[in-house]
Design a protein around this ligand. Structure first.
Ligand code: 13P
Ligand code: SF4
Length: 309
């Protein structure tokens, strides 16, 4: 952190204490935000933390919009504030609620499982949610043999490799533009240059990349894997914020980005300045219509019942 950032960080920590607010940050947040966050995690981790924190009435959610919406869905009585209200995940807008309705009509005996990377009104149309860390567990826990799954077609492919059920992806080609940047060639080259490294990739990467990985998991699963592995070098195929965290918290190991330009611009919209203002003004607040919240809550709660809290 530079001097200016340090001063701002001190102001944030003081105000956060006074207001008994909680700063929750996704693994992709800027390093200076990670340094002062109360908790850094993947999307399920942030969901859980928001639910467990009974005392904090104000949650500053340094992540993208759908993650903050999940916190609202699970904590209707808490004030959830996002530092930048334009922090939208583009993948989350790829599946309109109407498309879920049409898919249900087309496949009446299938159950609908949606990745949390969806807008609340779309979540409200599904039977159960999942995250990248629990998608296989959620799908395999269901009685139905056919599963409509969206919006990420790469995560859908990953789930299909780990289940006997039929996965029906909606939309046909939903994707994350950041994870689509990694190619098979990047991984093969990194393996050549770092023959002792293990390759860790996110399930939002394309199948060609997943096929040649040593480990596939959510951001926090990749983090844990690297810490617990006896290996010292890791090639990482996900957004660079996770690498910042790994380097800061476990500098004894080496982390090589599979592609160093893999940056999520929505995640990076959050800054220390915006966090300070969000904390001070308690806005922009994330709110949802009651009816949508009620339906979406059922789907998110069903996920947490399956995976345990
Ligand atoms: P995680 O749940 O793995 O943190 O993923 C969220 C996400 O947006 C990945 O791009
Ligand atoms: Fe969305 Fe991809 Fe950014 Fe994750 S990395 S928030 S899926 S655009």
């Amino acid at each position: 952190m530079n001097k200016q950032q340090k001063q701002l960080a001190e102001k944030i920590l003081k105000l956060k204490n006074e207001k008994r607010a909680l700063l929750l940050a996704h693994n992709y947040q800027r390093p200076e935000i990670q340094e002062i966050a109360d908790y850094i995690a993947d999307s399920i981790g942030l969901c859980r933390k928001a639910q467990q924190e009974k005392d904090a009435e104000l949650l500053i959610f340094s992540a993208v919009n759908f993650m903050a919406e999940s916190a609202v869905i699970l904590n209707p009585d808490k004030k959830v504030v996002i530092p930048d209200k334009n922090a939208f995940c583009p993948m989350a807008t790829m599946l309109p609620a109407e498309e879920v309705k049409l898919a249900r009509k087309k496949h009446p005996n299938a159950i609908v499982v949606l990745y949390v990377n969806t807008r609340a009104e779309t979540k409200a149309m599904c039977d159960v949610c999942c995250t990248s860390s629990n998608a296989v567990q959620v799908v395999n826990s269901l009685d139905e043999e056919r599963v409509i799954f969206g919006p990420d077609s790469n995560l859908a492919w990953y789930v299909q490799q780990h289940t006997d059920k039929e996965i029906i992806p909606i939309p046909k080609n939903g994707f994350c533009y950041v994870h689509r940047l990694f190619s098979e060639g990047d991984i093969l080259l990194a393996r050549e240059q770092h023959p002792n490294a293990e390759v860790l990739v996110h399930p939002e990467c394309v199948p060609e990349v997943q096929r040649i990985a040593d480990f596939i998991g959510s951001t926090s699963q990749m983090y844990r894997y690297a810490i617990e592995s006896p290996k010292k070098e890791f090639v990482i195929a996900t957004e660079t914020g996770l690498i910042d965290r790994m380097k800061r918290e476990h500098p004894e190991k080496e982390y090589i980005p599979a592609y160093s330009e893999a940056v999520c611009s929505a995640m990076k919209l959050n800054t220390l300045e915006k966090i300070y203002l969000a904390l001070k003004n308690e806005e922009p607040r994330v709110t949802l219509p009651k009816a949508i919240m009620k339906k979406a809550r059922k789907a998110v709660e069903r996920m947490t019942e399956i995976t345990g809290r």
